[in-house]
Design a protein around this ligand. Structure first.
Ligand SMILES: C[S@@+](CC[C@H](N)C(=O)[O-])C[C@H]1O[C@@H](n2cnc3c(N)ncnc32)[C@H](O)[C@@H]1O
Length: 313
């Protein structure tokens, strides 16, 4: 049984909830997408605020998140469409529904509390479980495959690129020497043994676990595919709100929004514009919105959240 089967309270507190609702300005009748529905918290707010006729499409690759959202949104089932799909497939899902364009899209990246809190999903280095880390359990590659089969140099590159861990080479060497590793604690203990200083501000396995999760789920590639498809799917005046949780994600979002909000992308030294590029969006947030101290004190997961919002021209 998962840790959230019997939950009475929502097992995941939606980050920056009020900011998302005021960014999307849900109305009736309107068409909205929650590209990572999770426990359905943002989706519930969109449905409540777009009553009586607003429609919501919710996507997730985790079947358990979809089950949970189905229950939580049951009051609005006649206006809710839940689909087991990656957000990279947004265009295809919209076409299947016959929705050409929508009025608002939210994507809340990363891992949900119920995924972190379920040891059998393998996301947490604090709870023992299989080295899994797949958001979509039907995907072929798990963290265990990567940890046990990558070469030492590929592992080091991955921990450096996606975890930005200065100890990436030492960690990769220690992993290769200790293989095979099967559980989250096997891996966390290998990293703890070689950690130079602990306790420090963060657990020494934090960055390696982040790197593996990003690689297993191809998260950065997925975000790069999603952003243009999301903007293409918006009506003029429609809005996209993106919540990210680390600098690698935020950098991709920021650079893409900057690029698409410019009329000219010629190099600055070029005297006359000949790029033919036209802005397709307007940035609502030049700087990202971050949670207030009061939100962080009630939900530590919100600590590193950054929200960027654009409007389609
Ligand atoms: C932080 S949670 C979303 C929480 C949600 N906003 C709420 O209010 O409850 C992120 C969700 O994204 C899902 N996810 C991860 N990768 C995905 C992908 N490629 N396509 C769709 N959903 C994905 C995860 O399974 C997880 O349920």
């Amino acid at each position: 049984m998962s840790t959230y089967d019997n939950a009475i309270e929502p097992p995941h507190v939606s980050v920056l909830y009020h900011h998302i609702i005021s960014a999307l300005r849900p109305k009736s009748p309107g068409f909205y997408v929650d590209a990572t529905i999770g426990a359905g918290g943002h989706a519930l707010g969109i449905l409540e605020n777009s009553a009586p006729d607003g429609q919501l499409l919710g996507l997730d690759v985790d079947p358990r998140a979809l089950e949970l959202s189905l229950q939580r949104l049951s009051l609005y089932s006649h206006r809710t469409h839940l689909v087991h799909s990656s957000y990279t497939e947004l265009r295809n899902v919209l076409l299947t529904l016959g929705w050409d364009h929508v009025d608002g899209i939210v994507i809340d990246l990363g891992v949900s509390s119920m995924q972190i809190d379920s040891p059998e999903r393998g996301f947490s280095f604090q709870k023992n479980g299989p080295l899994d880390m797949r958001f979509d359990p039907s995907q072929p590659v798990s963290a265990e495959d990567i940890v046990n089969n990558y070469s030492e140099s590929d592992l080091a590159d991955l921990i450096w690129r996606y975890g930005e861990d200065r100890n990436s080479r030492r960690i990769a060497r220690a992993i290769v020497q200790a293989r095979p590793l099967h559980t989250t604690l096997d891996l966390a203990n290998v990293i703890l043994k070689i950690a130079r200083s602990y306790p420090g501000p963060i657990h020494p396995a934090t960055r390696t676990f982040q790197a593996l999760r990003i690689a297993v789920n191809r998260e950065l590639e997925g975000l790069e595919v999603f952003l243009p498809r999301a903007i293409q799917s918006l009506n003029s005046g429609g809005r996209l709100a993106v919540i990210s949780f680390h600098s690698l994600e935020d950098r991709i979002v920021k650079q893409y929004f900057r690029f698409e909000s410019r009329d000219c992308i010629c190099p600055p030294e070029q005297p006359v514009c000949n790029c033919g590029h036209h802005a397709s969006i307007r940035e609502i947030t030049r700087h990202p919105i971050t949670p207030a101290e009061s939100e962080i004190s009630g939900n530590v997961r919100a600590r590193s959240a950054k929200l960027r919002i654009i409007e389609k021209l």
